[in-house]
Design a binder for this molecule. Structure first.
Ligand code: ADP
Length: 455
């Protein structure tokens, strides 16, 4: 059969066929001279597995099986040739048949023909096995898996940490709010006697005025214009009492912090009004020197009020032992570089020992017998949450100076920027008298835009 026909035939064998490859006669038409090429062509066209008898064909297209070793065949042939050459007669040479070796199979052919390894005779050897991806890239796979696992673990840990941090932050925030509230209550407690006194004044005035009005109404012809004056006095006193209560309420409120546009001038004014009765009781002169323009920052009114209140209350404590007439507390506000607002509370007390300038902001640091040491620490936390900073200095002429800055609200910055120089020159070059002790603290004196001094 011409080789081309053989190829056609092997391509269309019925199911369940097998091809036994033994010999190809070189005389047949179309047979390639090179046997490997012929086998390769058969293999390419075959529709059934090819089997053979010699291991010389294993790996070249046959499935395998018990095979004759071509090595052994070669060795035996050579030994016969040597015996012939050494003079032995061919008829004397008897060779036993070469036995079939252990079954060997080509892994690729088993796969091609879907032959299960478990169906092979026991003791079969499988050659040409292609290593699996795992066998080939074991280290790369292990390394990548380890990296992925570590990365996943890291992500999980970071997420967990972030959650813990958020909870801790929330707790800290909550704790801080509680503490700040307690601090306000304590301050109000300290001020309670003078607040009661301040409330008492308008209330007694209201009582006296209403008694006077009643007696006037009993007369035959009451003086109506006098009565009108009395009524407006009652109204004024009522408003005054109402205002004291409103301030108290706002300080004692426990509402969560709210961000609004807050004019620091207004906050300073309110705190100074609030502590005025106490100052009067201790013979402390309060004065304010506020920037001419409103210093609008974005923040929480009650919290900023608390900062200023804490500083003023510390000032009151500090001036307590000064000679009467020498007890002074001044609150100043100013615009800094057209970008932030500064509040400075200065007093005529003994000042802060230079080595304690940083420590005083630490929680629980106090030099007072009944102090909690939380006032300045709370003030620092509040200022920091308003993106500002707070620091202490001593005045050259004696007394402490506590200052904090808060960035202006964006709308205010935009409004101030173009007009900043104008505002400064308009208010013009007044210098803070006294200046600061630059040798001890990093507070440079600067030209400040002050408005009226003293209230
Ligand atoms: P407390 O008032 O309960 O002691 P603070 O945190 O308000 O707590 O203040 C801490 C310390 O800082 C005070 O004990 C005091 O030694 C010092 N200090 C604060 N303000 C002044 C001031 N104006 N003058 C002198 N020392 C001050």
């Amino acid at each position: 059969m011409p080789f081309t026909d053989v190829l056609k035939r092997v391509a269309t064998l019925p199911a369940g066929s097998a091809i036994l490859y033994v010999l190809l006669s070189p005389e047949v038409e179309g047979i390639p001279q090179d046997e490997d090429t012929a086998l390769a062509a058969l293999h390419a066209s075959a529709s059934a597995p090819i089997f053979s008898y010699s291991d010389a064909y294993l790996g070249k297209g046959i499935v395998g099986g018990p095979l004759i070793s071509s090595d052994e065949q070669g060795r035996e042939t050579v030994s016969v040739a040597v015996r012939l050459l050494s003079g032995e007669h061919a008829s004397d040479i008897r060779m036993p048949p070469i036995a079939l070796g252990k079954p060997e199979f080509d892994w690729r052919e088993l796969r091609r023909w879907n032959i299960r390894e478990s169906d092979l005779p026991p003791g079969s050897m499988i050659l040409f096995r292609e290593p699996s991806a795992w066998e080939r890239y074991r280290w790369q796979i292990v390394t990548i898996t380890v990296v992925l696992v570590l990365e996943a673990a890291l992500i999980v840990t970071l997420l967990h940490e972030r959650r813990r941090r958020r909870i801790a932050e929330m707790n800290a925030h909550q704790g801080m709010a509680e503490l700040a509230h307690m601090n306000r209550r304590a301050t109000v407690g300290e001020l309670s006697a003078s607040i009661a006194h301040e409330l008492n004044q308008p209330l007694s005035a209201i009582l006296h005025n209403s008694e006077a009005a009643q007696s006037m109404l009993l007369t035959a012809s009451p003086d109506l214009s006098e009565l009108t004056d009395i009524m407006s006095d009652i109204e004024r006193d009522d408003r005054r009492a109402g205002e004291v209560i409103r301030r108290l309420r706002s300080l004692l409120s426990k509402t969560p912090s709210e961000t609004h546009e807050v004019d620091l001038n207004g906050v300073v004014r309110e705190v100074f009004e609030f502590v005025a009765p106490q100052a009067a009781a201790y013979q402390v002169t309060l004065s304010t020197s506020l920037a001419l323009r409103p210093l609008v920052v974005s923040g929480d009114w009650v919290q900023l009020q608390q900062v200023i209140l804490n500083l003023v209350m510390n000032g009151m404590e500090a001036v307590r032992n000064a000679a009467s007439g020498q007890r002074k507390i001044t609150g100043r506000t100013m615009l800094i570089d057209g970008a932030s607002a500064e509040v400075a509370i200065e007093d005529s007390g003994p000042g802060i020992p230079p080595d304690k300038a940083q420590q005083i902001f630490e929680p629980f640091f106090t030099t007072k017998d009944t102090g909690m040491g939380m006032g300045l620490s709370i003030a620092r936390t509040i200022v920091a949450s308003h993106r500002g900073r707070i620091w202490a200095a001593n005045r050259r002429e004696g007394g402490a100076l506590l200052r904090f800055t808060v960035p202006l609200a964006k709308t205010e910055r935009d409004a101030v920027q173009p007009a900043a120089n104008q505002t400064d020159s308009a208010v013009g070059g007044s210098r803070v008298s006294g200046g600061f002790d630059n040798a001890q603290f990093d507070t440079a004196s600067r030209d400040l835009a002050f408005g009226r001094v003293g209230n």
